[in-house]
Design a protein. Structure first.
Length: 155
């Protein structure tokens, strides 16, 4: 009894579905590439001294480089903001722990809690340092790509 291709017990059905899935999965990247940049992105690139009118945007390498510039700029700004927030929180927490140690110097339990709060603040400050370093690294990567298209950038 032939139940057709859509019968779920049919091995051909699974083979065809697997082939369709692999085809869609492998070629999804081609459909996600934007052909044009919006006005905000064009303005951001022009702030870096890159005028898109000079370049052929049909060239995949140039389009990818311009998208990488925008992506690295956004990542660098996010990480810098995260580092500032974490560092500020660490300073606030360390200050609260120090204040607690000064106030509770005779009470053993209060000084233990204050010491834990101070240690947490120091750890937060230490955790913000790699985030700042990562932000600077993203900025250097962005600037290296910008210099390929704008020789006078950063002088």
């Amino acid at each position: 009894m032939n139940k057709g291709l859509l019968y779920f017990g049919n091995q051909n059905f699974y083979r065809h579905m697997r082939q369709i899935f692999l085809f869609l999965f492998l070629f999804k990247g081609f459909f996600l590439v934007a052909q044009e940049f919006n006005k905000i992105e064009v303005d951001k690139l022009s702030d870096f001294g890159i005028s898109l009118e000079k370049y052929n945007l049909n060239n995949l390498e140039k389009r990818t480089d311009f998208a990488s510039i925008l992506k690295l700029d956004k990542q660098g700004k996010r990480r810098k903001s995260g580092g500032i927030v974490l560092g500020s929180l660490g300073i606030l927490t360390a200050s609260a722990g120090t204040y607690g140690l000064i106030v509770n110097e005779s009470k053993s339990l209060g000084s233990i809690y204050s010491g834990i709060i101070l240690a947490a603040g120091i750890i937060e400050i230490g955790g913000s340092i790699p985030i700042f370093i990562s932000s600077k690294r993203k900025k250097k990567q962005r600037d290296a790509i910008i210099k390929k298209y704008n020789i006078t950038f950063g002088l």
